[in-house]
Design a protein around this ligand. Structure first.
Ligand code: CIR
Length: 253
């Protein structure tokens, strides 16, 4: 179970954030509303939410998941692979220091985005992507070994981050879509397949037995409910315009 979440309010400069989605420019006022509701849902799921002030120096800084990985044993400060985002890690080190006794760090030439790390119990899957390189992933797995945790590397072909196409929902349940469907490494899970038209909902978020699902993905929501979860819809269209999903907007621990 998670007790805490850390989020960062979006800044008005988010309209200049990195994106490959061709969904238009985010509406900042609407993004603020959606973000506030997201925080409310996390609180309804029992989390104490630390809301960091907007950071105008970094348009993508609301996507805090990429800046660190929180495990039950330690926090790992990531080394974000996009140059415009790398310095986001500086303030997160200080924030996480209030919650964790043990802070580890990914260092150059290694790069790693937290969105490329999926925790499944004691096993950590790490995507090798345009943001996370082999050196960064190897450093991460060495850190996990120190804490008797293990992991596997998953080279990505199309998606931005590993968790763009996969979400672990506990109890061995895995939401899975696209390029990961054929990967034998994921055959050991109870797979909840997300069909391509709803591919964005593969980034849904387990929080203490409930699952946040992006609004407007009814087939996936139904499958999650049939797997035994209460599904809570969250509207995150303005973050989708920047390639961001539900998990990207928080760190949970
Ligand atoms: C970026 O390209 O870095 C942001 N616009 C989106 C980050 C999404 N984060 C995530 O999937 N963990």
């Amino acid at each position: 179970m998670f007790k805490h979440a850390i989020v960062r309010k979006p800044c008005s400069e988010m309209v200049d954030g990195l994106t490959t989605a061709q969904l238009g420019t985010p509406d900042f006022a609407l993004a603020l509303k959606q973000h506030a509701r997201y925080v409310g849902i996390l609180e309804e799921c029992g989390l104490g939410v630390t809301v960091l002030e907007a950071d105008a120096r970094h348009p993508d800084s609301t996507f805090v998941e990429d800046v660190a990985v929180c495990t039950p044993q330690c926090a790992v400060i990531a080394n974000p692979g996009a140059p415009s985002r790398n310095a986001e890690k500086e303030s997160m080190r200080e924030v996480l220091g209030k919650f964790f006794d043990r802070i580890e760090e990914i260092t150059a030439p290694g790069t790693l985005d937290g969105g490329d790390v999926m925790m499944a119990g004691n096993h950590y899957y790490v995507g090798i992507s345009e943001r996370t390189n082999r050196e960064g992933a190897a450093q991460f797995l060495r850190i996990m070994q120190k804490y008797q945790l293990n992991g596997s590397l998953i080279p990505l072909k199309k998606v931005l981050h590993l968790k763009t196409g996969l979400s672990f929902l506990e109890k061995n349940n895995l939401l899975i879509t696209g390029e990961f469907l054929d990967n034998a490494i994921f055959k050991r899970f109870n797979r909840i397949v997300v069909d391509e038209p709803e591919g964005y909902a593969a980034n849904s978020l387990w929080v203490n037995g409930k699952v946040l699902v992006p609004k407007g993905h009814p087939a996936t929501k139904g499958r999650i409910e049939r797997a035994g979860y209460t599904a809570i819809e969250a509207d995150v269209t303005e973050f989708q315009k920047l390639d961001g999903g539900l998990s990207c907007l928080s760190l949970r621990f």
